[in-house]
Design a binder for this molecule. Structure first.
Ligand code: HEM
Length: 351
């Protein structure tokens, strides 16, 4: 089929797209509220961007779904690039809140009652994004709010779709698997390593040394961080919403030695995930502050406690907190143990 001679409005289906804005207050018998048009358009713009975010995420997850992800592959580089695009979109979505804030609380009150019980809470795409990245319903702030199909909740089909997404491996779990498989710590790469630590509880010469250097870097007030180190990297359990100790070791190692070219793509992928998490949290916070200004402490149209609920969600809905949390366990670059030649050669760090 030939697709030449495209016409801009028809290629973009503008007739349909621009016929999707129907303010309820403009209907017969109502008093038109000027700002309802902005309210509709901004939500629709968000949903379009959510669609794009899901599209990019879908690609990234297809790559990480593979048994083996080649660290030097074009695909991994594309993942880095597309996660970077998601970061840029999230930056835009953060800025968009300011446009909505040109609507005052009184302007909003002119049509707010007409919306009930609809709310952004029912944005299926937003929930799919959260679930696909790795936020489980059970781990959410006020989890009972989500498991409902009554007024203000989801329709049955939407609810089932979100639930189904939660049963698929999340990006967080895929990243965990990818990190766990990294081969840096195989014994064969460390035969010519000169260990220094006296305390040997990590079952690996590098981590015994690292633990000792970390321990010596702690101030008196920070001494209990060593326990945190052991739990994070040596003995801790793995939960569905966290990385395993083995995965955390790889992630920390990549962050520490990120200046080696071979680690660049992996490092940037981890960095983009941290950035995405922060931008989601940033959006949640901006949205919460905007809501508090707009409706004070009134309940939401979606039947949650409103601003109170949103404030709790800001704190609790981080997904890649294990990655950003690694900053607690960094040591100064100049104190890093020198890597053994066998490892350097095996990973092709040089030439
Ligand atoms: C006047 C503007 C807005 C007000 C007053 C408002 C209010 C609220 C409230 C009170 C909630 C909690 C659920 C409820 O009880 O309704 C909520 C949730 C939500 N809203 Fe908004 N909102 C506004 C604009 C937006 C916009 C532009 C978006 C963009 C898509 C959005 C997306 C969401 C999402 C995704 C949630 C669920 C958040 C979560 O569960 O973590 N909201 N909103």
């Amino acid at each position: 089929m030939q697709h030449n001679n495209q016409y801009y409005p028809s290629y973009l289906r503008l007739e349909q797209l621009l016929d999707c804005q129907h303010p309820l207050s403009f209907e017969e018998g109502q008093t038109p509220a000027h700002d309802e048009m902005l309210f509709i358009i901004i939500h629709q713009a968000y949903e379009l961007w959510f669609k794009q975010l899901l599209f990019e995420l879908d690609y990234v997850k297809k790559v990480f779904n593979k048994e083996k992800v080649d660290d030097n592959s074009e695909e991994l580089n594309l993942c880095r690039h597309r996660l970077g695009r998601m970061v840029r979109i999230m930056e835009l979505l953060n800025q968009q809140v300011a446009v909505l804030e040109t609507m005052t609380p009184l302007d909003f009150l002119e049509f707010r009652n007409l919306l009930t019980p609809a709310s952004g809470f029912q944005s299926k795409q937003f929930r799919l994004l959260e679930a696909s990245l790795g936020l489980k319903m059970e781990k959410r702030h006020q989890k009972d709010y989500y498991k409902r199909t009554n007024e203000g909740g989801f329709t049955q089909p939407d609810y089932q779709e979100i639930n189904a997404e939660e049963t698929v491996e999340s990006l967080l779990q895929q990243i965990n698997r990818w990190l766990e498989r990294m081969p840096f710590f195989d014994e064969k790469y460390w035969v010519d390593y000169q260990p220094e630590a006296v305390e040997k509880i990590a079952h690996h010469p590098f981590w015994d040394d690292y633990r000792t250097i970390y321990k010596n870097s702690l101030t008196h007030n920070e001494e209990n961080q060593l326990k945190g180190f052991d739990e994070h990297f040596l003995y801790g359990q793995t939960y569905e919403d966290s990385l395993s100790p083995a995965a955390r070791r790889s992630a920390l190692f990549i962050m520490l030695y990120r200046d080696f070219p071979v680690f660049q793509t992996s490092f940037q992928i981890l960095d983009k995930l941290i950035e995405l998490d922060h931008l989601f949290a940033g959006w949640r916070h901006k949205h919460y502050v905007m809501v508090r200004r707009m409706i004070g402490m009134r309940v939401g149209t979606g039947n949650t406690s409103g601003a109170g609920y949103l404030e709790g969600a800001v704190q609790q809905h981080y997904i890649f907190k294990d990655l950003s949390g690694l900053a607690t366990f960094l040591i100064e670059r100049r104190k890093l143990p020198a890597l053994p030649n066998t490892l350097i050669q095996a990973l092709g760090f040089r030439g």
